[in-house]
Ligand binder design. Structure first.
Ligand code: ADP
Length: 475
Protein backbone atom coordinates (compact mmCIF):
# COMPACT_ATOMS: atom_id res chain seq x y z
CA UNK A 1 0.00 0.00 0.00
CA UNK A 2 1.30 3.47 -0.93
CA UNK A 3 0.98 6.01 1.88
CA UNK A 4 1.93 9.69 1.91
CA UNK A 5 2.51 11.26 5.33
CA UNK A 6 2.18 15.04 5.52
CA UNK A 7 3.71 16.94 8.42
CA UNK A 8 5.85 19.88 9.42
CA UNK A 9 8.62 18.25 11.48
CA UNK A 10 10.66 15.07 11.26
CA UNK A 11 13.27 13.75 13.67
CA UNK A 12 16.28 13.96 13.30
CA UNK A 13 16.03 16.76 10.73
CA UNK A 14 13.75 19.17 12.59
CA UNK A 15 12.09 18.75 15.98
CA UNK A 16 10.15 21.03 18.31
CA UNK A 17 8.22 18.26 20.09
CA UNK A 18 6.75 14.78 20.02
CA UNK A 19 5.27 15.25 16.54
CA UNK A 20 8.77 15.04 15.07
CA UNK A 21 9.48 11.80 16.92
CA UNK A 22 6.29 10.29 15.50
CA UNK A 23 7.01 11.51 11.96
CA UNK A 24 10.52 10.10 12.22
CA UNK A 25 9.48 6.69 13.47
CA UNK A 26 6.04 5.80 12.11
CA UNK A 27 6.95 5.79 8.39
CA UNK A 28 9.85 3.45 9.10
CA UNK A 29 7.65 1.15 11.20
CA UNK A 30 5.12 1.03 8.33
CA UNK A 31 7.89 0.31 5.84
CA UNK A 32 9.10 -2.58 8.02
CA UNK A 33 5.61 -4.03 7.67
CA UNK A 34 5.76 -3.86 3.90
CA UNK A 35 4.11 -0.50 3.16
CA UNK A 36 5.45 1.91 0.54
CA UNK A 37 5.70 5.20 2.47
CA UNK A 38 6.79 8.71 1.56
CA UNK A 39 6.68 11.90 3.63
CA UNK A 40 5.86 15.43 2.43
CA UNK A 41 7.42 18.35 4.34
CA UNK A 42 7.82 22.12 3.94
CA UNK A 43 11.33 23.08 2.85
CA UNK A 44 12.51 24.62 6.11
CA UNK A 45 16.31 25.11 6.10
CA UNK A 46 16.90 22.11 8.42
CA UNK A 47 14.79 19.86 6.19
CA UNK A 48 16.53 20.93 2.98
CA UNK A 49 19.92 20.52 4.65
CA UNK A 50 19.10 17.07 6.01
CA UNK A 51 17.92 15.25 2.94
CA UNK A 52 19.63 14.01 -0.19
CA UNK A 53 17.87 15.47 -3.20
CA UNK A 54 17.44 13.09 -6.08
CA UNK A 55 15.49 15.37 -8.37
CA UNK A 56 12.74 17.87 -9.01
CA UNK A 57 9.22 16.50 -9.34
CA UNK A 58 7.50 19.71 -10.37
CA UNK A 59 7.83 23.47 -10.67
CA UNK A 60 4.56 25.16 -9.75
CA UNK A 61 2.96 28.58 -9.67
CA UNK A 62 0.64 28.51 -6.67
CA UNK A 63 -1.59 30.79 -4.61
CA UNK A 64 1.40 31.10 -2.25
CA UNK A 65 3.90 31.94 -4.99
CA UNK A 66 6.41 29.84 -6.89
CA UNK A 67 7.28 26.44 -5.43
CA UNK A 68 9.35 23.48 -6.48
CA UNK A 69 8.55 19.96 -5.26
CA UNK A 70 11.75 18.03 -4.69
CA UNK A 71 12.18 14.33 -4.11
CA UNK A 72 14.93 12.62 -2.13
CA UNK A 73 15.80 10.50 0.89
CA UNK A 74 16.79 10.97 4.51
CA UNK A 75 19.97 9.44 5.88
CA UNK A 76 17.81 6.59 7.19
CA UNK A 77 16.50 5.95 3.68
CA UNK A 78 12.97 7.34 4.06
CA UNK A 79 11.65 8.88 0.83
CA UNK A 80 10.71 12.55 1.13
CA UNK A 81 8.96 15.14 -0.97
CA UNK A 82 10.03 18.63 0.09
CA UNK A 83 8.38 21.88 -0.96
CA UNK A 84 11.08 24.35 -1.85
CA UNK A 85 9.52 27.79 -1.56
CA UNK A 86 12.11 30.11 0.05
CA UNK A 87 9.70 33.04 0.29
CA UNK A 88 7.66 30.93 2.74
CA UNK A 89 10.07 28.63 4.48
CA UNK A 90 13.61 29.98 4.36
CA UNK A 91 13.64 31.51 7.82
CA UNK A 92 16.05 30.69 10.64
CA UNK A 93 15.03 29.08 13.94
CA UNK A 94 11.61 27.81 14.90
CA UNK A 95 9.41 26.73 11.97
CA UNK A 96 6.25 28.42 13.29
CA UNK A 97 7.26 31.72 14.85
CA UNK A 98 9.96 34.37 14.83
CA UNK A 99 12.62 35.03 17.44
CA UNK A 100 10.10 37.03 19.51
CA UNK A 101 7.69 34.04 19.67
CA UNK A 102 5.28 35.82 17.30
CA UNK A 103 3.59 33.43 14.87
CA UNK A 104 4.46 34.29 11.27
CA UNK A 105 1.67 36.36 9.71
CA UNK A 106 1.68 34.22 6.57
CA UNK A 107 1.39 30.87 8.38
CA UNK A 108 -1.95 30.30 6.67
CA UNK A 109 -0.18 30.36 3.30
CA UNK A 110 2.86 28.41 4.48
CA UNK A 111 0.76 25.50 5.73
CA UNK A 112 -2.10 25.71 3.23
CA UNK A 113 0.53 25.08 0.57
CA UNK A 114 1.57 21.92 2.43
CA UNK A 115 -1.98 20.55 2.24
CA UNK A 116 -2.41 21.70 -1.36
CA UNK A 117 0.78 20.00 -2.58
CA UNK A 118 -0.29 16.82 -0.78
CA UNK A 119 -3.53 16.90 -2.76
CA UNK A 120 -1.61 17.47 -6.01
CA UNK A 121 0.53 14.41 -5.28
CA UNK A 122 -2.67 12.46 -4.62
CA UNK A 123 -3.91 13.67 -8.00
CA UNK A 124 -0.84 12.32 -9.79
CA UNK A 125 1.65 15.24 -9.70
CA UNK A 126 4.51 12.74 -9.56
CA UNK A 127 4.04 10.52 -12.59
CA UNK A 128 6.07 7.77 -10.92
CA UNK A 129 4.29 7.45 -7.61
CA UNK A 130 0.80 8.21 -6.41
CA UNK A 131 -0.44 7.52 -2.86
CA UNK A 132 -3.51 5.43 -2.07
CA UNK A 133 -3.81 7.02 1.37
CA UNK A 134 -2.71 10.49 2.49
CA UNK A 135 -2.11 10.79 6.22
CA UNK A 136 -1.77 14.32 7.64
CA UNK A 137 -0.56 15.33 11.08
CA UNK A 138 -1.87 18.22 13.20
CA UNK A 139 -3.22 21.57 12.02
CA UNK A 140 -0.26 22.21 9.72
CA UNK A 141 -1.63 19.49 7.45
CA UNK A 142 -5.28 20.25 8.27
CA UNK A 143 -6.20 21.61 4.84
CA UNK A 144 -5.01 18.45 3.06
CA UNK A 145 -8.35 16.64 3.55
CA UNK A 146 -10.20 19.80 2.43
CA UNK A 147 -8.20 20.03 -0.80
CA UNK A 148 -8.83 16.32 -1.40
CA UNK A 149 -12.55 16.81 -0.77
CA UNK A 150 -12.52 19.71 -3.26
CA UNK A 151 -11.01 17.33 -5.84
CA UNK A 152 -13.73 14.74 -5.24
CA UNK A 153 -11.68 12.59 -2.87
CA UNK A 154 -9.37 10.84 -5.35
CA UNK A 155 -7.71 8.92 -2.48
CA UNK A 156 -8.46 8.21 1.19
CA UNK A 157 -7.39 10.66 3.84
CA UNK A 158 -6.45 10.16 7.49
CA UNK A 159 -5.91 13.08 9.84
CA UNK A 160 -4.11 12.65 13.17
CA UNK A 161 -4.56 15.06 16.05
CA UNK A 162 -1.36 15.28 18.09
CA UNK A 163 -2.51 18.25 20.14
CA UNK A 164 -6.02 19.67 19.78
CA UNK A 165 -5.11 22.89 21.59
CA UNK A 166 -3.07 24.20 18.64
CA UNK A 167 -5.69 24.74 15.96
CA UNK A 168 -4.30 26.97 13.25
CA UNK A 169 -6.93 29.73 13.46
CA UNK A 170 -6.79 32.60 10.97
CA UNK A 171 -8.98 35.58 10.05
CA UNK A 172 -11.82 34.82 7.64
CA UNK A 173 -10.40 37.00 4.88
CA UNK A 174 -7.41 34.65 4.52
CA UNK A 175 -9.75 32.05 3.08
CA UNK A 176 -10.16 33.77 -0.29
CA UNK A 177 -6.43 33.31 -1.00
CA UNK A 178 -6.40 29.55 -0.51
CA UNK A 179 -7.92 28.23 -3.71
CA UNK A 180 -10.74 26.32 -1.99
CA UNK A 181 -14.43 26.28 -3.03
CA UNK A 182 -16.31 29.20 -1.46
CA UNK A 183 -18.93 26.87 0.05
CA UNK A 184 -16.26 25.26 2.25
CA UNK A 185 -16.27 28.35 4.44
CA UNK A 186 -19.29 27.55 6.54
CA UNK A 187 -20.11 25.88 9.83
CA UNK A 188 -20.37 22.50 8.12
CA UNK A 189 -16.90 23.02 6.76
CA UNK A 190 -13.79 24.77 7.98
CA UNK A 191 -15.32 27.90 9.47
CA UNK A 192 -15.00 28.18 13.23
CA UNK A 193 -16.87 31.05 14.89
CA UNK A 194 -16.15 33.37 12.00
CA UNK A 195 -12.55 32.29 11.60
CA UNK A 196 -10.75 29.82 9.39
CA UNK A 197 -9.65 26.72 11.34
CA UNK A 198 -7.09 24.35 9.84
CA UNK A 199 -7.70 21.85 12.67
CA UNK A 200 -11.43 21.85 12.03
CA UNK A 201 -10.81 21.36 8.31
CA UNK A 202 -8.79 18.24 9.07
CA UNK A 203 -11.43 16.85 11.40
CA UNK A 204 -14.36 17.74 9.15
CA UNK A 205 -13.04 16.58 5.77
CA UNK A 206 -10.78 13.60 6.60
CA UNK A 207 -12.18 10.14 5.91
CA UNK A 208 -10.74 8.92 9.20
CA UNK A 209 -9.48 10.82 12.23
CA UNK A 210 -7.03 9.44 14.72
CA UNK A 211 -5.37 10.73 17.82
CA UNK A 212 -2.39 9.49 19.72
CA UNK A 213 -3.89 7.54 22.60
CA UNK A 214 -7.21 5.79 23.25
CA UNK A 215 -7.88 7.86 26.35
CA UNK A 216 -7.28 11.19 24.58
CA UNK A 217 -9.57 10.00 21.77
CA UNK A 218 -12.31 9.84 24.37
CA UNK A 219 -11.31 13.02 26.24
CA UNK A 220 -11.46 15.25 23.15
CA UNK A 221 -15.14 14.40 22.69
CA UNK A 222 -15.90 16.10 26.03
CA UNK A 223 -16.40 19.86 26.57
CA UNK A 224 -13.56 19.92 29.13
CA UNK A 225 -10.91 18.72 26.68
CA UNK A 226 -12.56 19.30 23.32
CA UNK A 227 -11.11 22.81 22.84
CA UNK A 228 -14.40 23.90 21.25
CA UNK A 229 -14.37 21.04 18.71
CA UNK A 230 -15.90 18.35 20.92
CA UNK A 231 -19.30 18.63 19.22
CA UNK A 232 -17.80 17.94 15.80
CA UNK A 233 -15.66 15.16 17.23
CA UNK A 234 -18.74 13.57 18.82
CA UNK A 235 -20.48 13.77 15.44
CA UNK A 236 -17.52 12.02 13.87
CA UNK A 237 -16.92 9.52 16.67
CA UNK A 238 -17.58 6.56 14.34
CA UNK A 239 -14.52 7.64 12.37
CA UNK A 240 -12.34 8.62 15.34
CA UNK A 241 -9.69 6.20 16.64
CA UNK A 242 -7.01 6.34 19.32
CA UNK A 243 -3.70 4.77 18.35
CA UNK A 244 -1.00 4.92 20.99
CA UNK A 245 2.37 6.31 19.90
CA UNK A 246 5.43 4.13 20.31
CA UNK A 247 9.10 4.42 21.20
CA UNK A 248 11.65 4.42 18.40
CA UNK A 249 14.03 1.80 19.73
CA UNK A 250 16.70 2.77 17.24
CA UNK A 251 16.90 6.09 19.12
CA UNK A 252 15.68 5.30 22.64
CA UNK A 253 17.18 2.09 24.00
CA UNK A 254 19.59 2.01 26.98
CA UNK A 255 21.17 -1.21 25.67
CA UNK A 256 22.46 0.53 22.54
CA UNK A 257 22.25 4.30 23.21
CA UNK A 258 25.59 5.86 22.24
CA UNK A 259 24.79 9.08 24.11
CA UNK A 260 24.81 7.62 27.64
CA UNK A 261 27.69 6.80 29.99
CA UNK A 262 27.14 3.03 30.11
CA UNK A 263 24.73 0.57 28.50
CA UNK A 264 22.22 -1.39 30.55
CA UNK A 265 18.86 -3.13 30.35
CA UNK A 266 16.20 -4.86 32.43
CA UNK A 267 17.88 -7.26 34.84
CA UNK A 268 21.35 -5.71 34.37
CA UNK A 269 21.22 -2.33 36.03
CA UNK A 270 24.87 -1.75 36.94
CA UNK A 271 25.17 0.57 33.95
CA UNK A 272 22.25 2.65 35.16
CA UNK A 273 24.01 3.37 38.46
CA UNK A 274 27.02 4.60 36.48
CA UNK A 275 24.76 6.79 34.36
CA UNK A 276 23.32 8.34 37.54
CA UNK A 277 26.80 9.12 38.88
CA UNK A 278 27.79 10.58 35.52
CA UNK A 279 24.67 12.75 35.41
CA UNK A 280 25.21 14.03 38.95
CA UNK A 281 28.85 14.81 38.19
CA UNK A 282 27.98 16.52 34.91
CA UNK A 283 25.31 18.73 36.45
CA UNK A 284 27.09 19.57 39.69
CA UNK A 285 24.60 17.72 41.86
CA UNK A 286 25.93 15.96 44.96
CA UNK A 287 27.17 12.58 43.80
CA UNK A 288 25.28 9.94 45.76
CA UNK A 289 23.24 6.85 45.05
CA UNK A 290 21.14 7.31 48.20
CA UNK A 291 18.98 10.17 47.03
CA UNK A 292 16.24 9.63 44.46
CA UNK A 293 16.95 11.78 41.43
CA UNK A 294 13.80 13.31 39.91
CA UNK A 295 13.91 14.59 36.35
CA UNK A 296 12.02 16.79 33.90
CA UNK A 297 12.53 16.96 30.13
CA UNK A 298 9.79 19.17 28.84
CA UNK A 299 8.50 22.32 27.33
CA UNK A 300 8.25 24.67 30.33
CA UNK A 301 4.55 25.53 30.12
CA UNK A 302 1.48 25.32 32.33
CA UNK A 303 0.07 22.58 30.04
CA UNK A 304 2.95 20.40 31.19
CA UNK A 305 2.33 21.28 34.86
CA UNK A 306 5.75 22.84 35.31
CA UNK A 307 4.38 25.49 37.69
CA UNK A 308 3.34 22.58 39.95
CA UNK A 309 6.87 21.22 39.86
CA UNK A 310 8.21 24.65 40.86
CA UNK A 311 5.76 24.64 43.76
CA UNK A 312 6.89 21.20 44.95
CA UNK A 313 10.67 21.64 44.66
CA UNK A 314 10.77 22.29 48.41
CA UNK A 315 8.99 18.99 49.09
CA UNK A 316 11.47 17.03 46.97
CA UNK A 317 14.45 18.66 48.66
CA UNK A 318 13.04 18.41 52.17
CA UNK A 319 12.55 14.69 51.75
CA UNK A 320 16.14 14.29 50.57
CA UNK A 321 15.68 14.16 46.82
CA UNK A 322 17.43 15.82 43.91
CA UNK A 323 16.03 17.14 40.66
CA UNK A 324 17.39 17.85 37.20
CA UNK A 325 15.36 19.94 34.76
CA UNK A 326 15.88 20.34 31.01
CA UNK A 327 13.49 22.54 29.11
CA UNK A 328 12.59 25.82 27.53
CA UNK A 329 9.38 27.79 27.38
CA UNK A 330 7.64 30.47 29.42
CA UNK A 331 10.17 33.11 30.47
CA UNK A 332 8.95 33.35 34.07
CA UNK A 333 9.33 29.60 34.51
CA UNK A 334 12.79 29.57 32.97
CA UNK A 335 13.85 32.28 35.44
CA UNK A 336 12.25 30.57 38.42
CA UNK A 337 14.03 27.29 37.65
CA UNK A 338 17.33 29.09 37.13
CA UNK A 339 16.95 30.78 40.51
CA UNK A 340 16.08 27.48 42.21
CA UNK A 341 19.26 25.89 40.84
CA UNK A 342 21.42 28.85 41.85
CA UNK A 343 20.04 28.68 45.40
CA UNK A 344 20.82 24.98 45.88
CA UNK A 345 23.14 23.61 43.19
CA UNK A 346 23.77 20.34 45.07
CA UNK A 347 20.10 19.39 44.84
CA UNK A 348 18.68 21.26 41.85
CA UNK A 349 20.26 21.28 38.38
CA UNK A 350 18.65 23.21 35.53
CA UNK A 351 19.51 23.55 31.88
CA UNK A 352 17.35 25.94 29.90
CA UNK A 353 17.14 25.17 26.21
CA UNK A 354 16.80 22.24 23.90
CA UNK A 355 19.41 19.48 24.07
CA UNK A 356 18.72 16.07 22.55
CA UNK A 357 21.91 14.45 23.93
CA UNK A 358 21.30 15.72 27.45
CA UNK A 359 17.72 14.39 27.29
CA UNK A 360 19.14 10.88 26.80
CA UNK A 361 21.61 11.32 29.66
CA UNK A 362 18.79 12.45 31.93
CA UNK A 363 16.60 9.45 31.09
CA UNK A 364 19.52 7.13 31.77
CA UNK A 365 20.75 8.80 34.94
CA UNK A 366 17.53 9.66 36.76
CA UNK A 367 15.25 7.59 38.97
CA UNK A 368 11.93 9.35 38.34
CA UNK A 369 10.69 11.23 35.27
CA UNK A 370 7.95 13.72 36.09
CA UNK A 371 5.09 14.46 33.67
CA UNK A 372 2.34 16.17 35.69
CA UNK A 373 0.44 17.52 32.66
CA UNK A 374 -2.88 19.33 32.64
CA UNK A 375 -3.62 17.41 29.46
CA UNK A 376 -1.40 15.08 27.46
CA UNK A 377 -2.46 13.62 24.10
CA UNK A 378 0.04 10.76 24.39
CA UNK A 379 3.27 11.88 25.98
CA UNK A 380 6.55 10.35 24.95
CA UNK A 381 8.84 11.20 27.86
CA UNK A 382 7.05 8.80 30.21
CA UNK A 383 7.54 6.03 27.63
CA UNK A 384 11.25 6.87 27.40
CA UNK A 385 11.37 6.87 31.21
CA UNK A 386 9.86 3.38 31.34
CA UNK A 387 12.39 2.12 28.82
CA UNK A 388 15.31 3.70 30.72
CA UNK A 389 14.26 2.63 34.22
CA UNK A 390 13.21 6.13 35.32
CA UNK A 391 9.84 5.58 36.98
CA UNK A 392 7.21 7.88 35.45
CA UNK A 393 5.42 10.13 37.90
CA UNK A 394 2.39 11.30 35.92
CA UNK A 395 -1.08 12.73 36.12
CA UNK A 396 -3.94 10.39 35.21
CA UNK A 397 -4.85 12.11 31.96
CA UNK A 398 -4.63 11.40 28.21
CA UNK A 399 -1.99 8.95 27.11
CA UNK A 400 -0.31 9.12 30.52
CA UNK A 401 -3.29 7.24 31.95
CA UNK A 402 -2.99 4.65 29.17
CA UNK A 403 0.69 3.93 29.75
CA UNK A 404 1.55 4.13 33.47
CA UNK A 405 0.16 1.98 36.30
CA UNK A 406 0.28 3.45 39.79
CA UNK A 407 2.26 1.69 42.53
CA UNK A 408 -0.75 1.29 44.81
CA UNK A 409 -0.56 -1.64 47.21
CA UNK A 410 -2.87 -3.77 45.09
CA UNK A 411 -0.97 -3.01 41.88
CA UNK A 412 2.31 -3.80 43.62
CA UNK A 413 0.84 -7.06 44.88
CA UNK A 414 -0.28 -7.99 41.36
CA UNK A 415 3.08 -7.06 39.85
CA UNK A 416 1.64 -4.52 37.40
CA UNK A 417 2.80 -1.20 38.89
CA UNK A 418 5.16 0.86 36.72
CA UNK A 419 5.16 4.33 38.31
CA UNK A 420 3.28 6.96 40.29
CA UNK A 421 -0.08 8.27 39.03
CA UNK A 422 -2.09 11.11 40.59
CA UNK A 423 -5.48 12.64 39.80
CA UNK A 424 -5.77 16.24 40.91
CA UNK A 425 -3.99 18.89 38.84
CA UNK A 426 -2.76 20.81 41.86
CA UNK A 427 0.24 21.25 44.10
CA UNK A 428 -1.46 18.96 46.59
CA UNK A 429 -2.08 16.24 43.98
CA UNK A 430 1.54 16.30 42.86
CA UNK A 431 2.80 16.37 46.45
CA UNK A 432 0.92 13.14 47.22
CA UNK A 433 2.58 11.44 44.26
CA UNK A 434 6.00 12.69 45.34
CA UNK A 435 5.37 11.28 48.82
CA UNK A 436 4.47 7.94 47.23
CA UNK A 437 7.70 8.01 45.24
CA UNK A 438 9.70 8.47 48.45
CA UNK A 439 7.73 5.71 50.17
CA UNK A 440 8.59 3.33 47.33
CA UNK A 441 12.22 4.48 47.31
CA UNK A 442 12.47 3.50 50.97
CA UNK A 443 11.60 -0.08 49.96
CA UNK A 444 14.42 -0.87 47.51
CA UNK A 445 13.13 -4.33 46.68
CA UNK A 446 9.77 -2.96 45.58
CA UNK A 447 11.45 -0.08 43.75
CA UNK A 448 13.58 -2.48 41.73
CA UNK A 449 10.61 -4.68 40.98
CA UNK A 450 8.50 -1.74 39.69
CA UNK A 451 11.43 -0.50 37.64
CA UNK A 452 11.96 -3.92 36.14
CA UNK A 453 8.31 -4.31 35.17
CA UNK A 454 8.37 -0.85 33.59
CA UNK A 455 11.49 -1.62 31.58
CA UNK A 456 9.88 -4.73 30.17
CA UNK A 457 6.81 -2.96 28.80
CA UNK A 458 6.66 -3.14 25.04
CA UNK A 459 5.88 0.24 23.49
CA UNK A 460 7.58 -0.45 20.16
CA UNK A 461 6.11 1.17 17.04
CA UNK A 462 5.13 -2.16 15.50
CA UNK A 463 1.80 -2.21 17.37
CA UNK A 464 0.84 1.29 16.17
CA UNK A 465 1.98 0.48 12.62
CA UNK A 466 -0.27 -2.58 12.55
CA UNK A 467 -3.24 -0.53 13.73
CA UNK A 468 -2.65 2.22 11.15
CA UNK A 469 -2.31 -0.34 8.35
CA UNK A 470 -5.57 -1.97 9.43
CA UNK A 471 -7.18 1.46 9.39
CA UNK A 472 -5.82 2.38 5.93
CA UNK A 473 -7.16 -0.83 4.49
CA UNK A 474 -10.45 -0.87 6.33
CA UNK A 475 -12.63 1.09 3.95
P1 ADP B 1 5.11 17.58 23.38
O1 ADP B 1 5.18 17.14 21.96
O2 ADP B 1 3.75 18.00 23.84
O3 ADP B 1 6.15 18.60 23.74
P2 ADP B 1 5.87 14.82 24.02
O4 ADP B 1 6.08 14.15 25.34
O5 ADP B 1 4.91 14.18 23.07
O6 ADP B 1 5.45 16.31 24.32
O7 ADP B 1 7.24 14.93 23.24
C1 ADP B 1 8.27 15.73 23.70
C2 ADP B 1 9.55 15.35 22.97
O8 ADP B 1 10.45 16.44 23.01
C3 ADP B 1 10.27 14.20 23.62
O9 ADP B 1 11.05 13.52 22.64
C4 ADP B 1 11.19 14.92 24.63
O10 ADP B 1 12.30 14.13 24.97
C5 ADP B 1 11.59 16.10 23.80
N1 ADP B 1 11.97 17.31 24.54
C6 ADP B 1 11.14 18.18 25.18
N2 ADP B 1 11.86 19.20 25.70
C7 ADP B 1 13.15 18.96 25.38
C8 ADP B 1 14.38 19.66 25.62
N3 ADP B 1 14.39 20.81 26.29
N4 ADP B 1 15.52 19.13 25.13
C9 ADP B 1 15.51 17.97 24.45
N5 ADP B 1 14.39 17.26 24.19
C10 ADP B 1 13.22 17.76 24.64
Amino acid sequence: MRILHVCSELFPLLKTGGLADVAGALPQALIRQGADVRVLLPGFPAILAGFHTAGEVAKLETFAGAARVLFGHTEAGVALYVIDAPQLYDRPGNPYHDAHQAAYADNYLRFALLGWVAAQLAGGLDGWWRPEVVHGHDWHAGLMPAYLAAQGRPVKSVFTIHNLAYQGLFPADCFAELDLPAQFFRMHGLEYHGQLSFMKAGIFYADRITTVSPNYAHEITTPEQGCGLDGLLRDRSDSLFGVLNGVDEAVWNPATDSLIAEHYGAGRLAGKAKCKTALQALTGLDVTDEKPLFAVVSRLTEQKGLHLILATLGEIKARGGQIVVLGGGDAWMENAFREAAAADPGSVAVKIGYDENFAHQIMAGSDIIMVPSRYEPCGLTQLYGLKYGALPLVRRVGGLADTVVDCSLENLAEGIATGMVFEEFSENGLTQAIRRAFALWSRPKDWKSVRNIGMQQDFGWHAAAEQYLALYGAW
